[in-house]
Design a protein. Structure first.
Length: 270
């Protein structure tokens, strides 16, 4: 009967392909486990040998994807799909995709360049592509930074590697630029002494390089002083806000006036 024939065909199909599918599932489970073990082992070796954290994450990402592609090919082979033919199709498709995704390939190349020349590393404070923040992660195609407002910004590696990069962490010391204005009636030497005392007494202000206080401008309603303390990258904002506040309090205590903008109103008599 036809029903018996269909049942027989179904049994043959299950026997022939069911084993292959089951084998493919087993390969996927075991392969995924092996990939995790390999990546963990490589991570331990790199950590023991004090590899750069940025390089570790980049290489682990790259190795992980490479192993996953090999696992995918093994699964296809188990299912009876000719990997040689598939490789040819993949190469042709890769060429077409590569033409369409030139930007992504450029980002990959940019990631490699960042790893080779190391203009920055994870934890550095950088400015690039109009964004300022601490480097959180360097991936194959993108770099993630955390801005001072706690926003994560993802920048393509191609654009980042080809543009200007300012690394504020390279030297480990940053100059804080402050401008403090006082009245024209104030004594310049006394004002400099008060401001310098603030810089030398603040524990977060570095003494090497030495801080400085200089007259920078004779403005319309004030004599402006360039107050230049140095701080570590981590203490930059603490010094910026702390010294600004201390300057105001110290000048008030010394009786030195901090002027505010004046406006002159002219009234015409009717």
């Amino acid at each position: 009967m036809d029903i018996e024939r269909y049942i027989s065909l179904a049994q043959d199909f299950i026997i022939e392909y069911g084993i292959k599918v089951l084998g493919a599932i087993v390969i996927w489970i075991i392969g995924s486990w092996i990939i995790k073990k390999i990546t963990k082992g490589i991570a331990k070796v790199m950590s023991k040998n004090n590899y750069d954290v940025s390089l570790q994450k980049f290489l682990l990402n790259l190795i992980g994807w490479g192993l996953k592609i090999l696992l995918f090919l093994a699964i296809l082979s188990q299912l009876g799909i000719e990997t040689t033919s598939f490789a040819a199709i993949l190469a042709a498709a890769g060429l077409a995709i590569g033409m369409a995704l030139q930007g992504s390939l450029g980002n990959f190349a940019g990631g490699v360049l960042i790893m080779i020349f190391k203009p920055f590393k994870i934890g550095d404070l950088i400015e690039g592509q109009g964004e300022l923040g601490v480097v959180k992660e360097i991936e194959i195609f993108t770099t993630k930074i955390l801005t001072p407002t706690n926003k994560e910004v993802i920048i393509p590696n191609g654009a980042l590697s080809n543009g200007n990069i300012t690394n504020y962490s390279t030297e480990g010391k940053l100059r804080v630029d402050l401008t403090i204005g006082v009245s024209y009636d104030a004594d310049i030497k006394q004002t400099k002494e008060v401001l310098m005392n603030i810089l030398t007494s603040n524990p977060k202000v570095l003494q090497d390089p030495a801080p400085s206080v200089n007259v920078s401008e004779l403005a319309d309603s004030s004599v402006n002083f360039a107050v230049r303390p140095y701080a570590t990258v981590a203490d930059y904002w603490d010094v910026y806000f702390g010294v600004t506040e201390e300057c105001k309090l110290a000048l008030d205590a010394a009786g030195i006036e901090i002027p505010y903008p004046h406006q002159v109103e002219i009234h015409k008599e009717a």
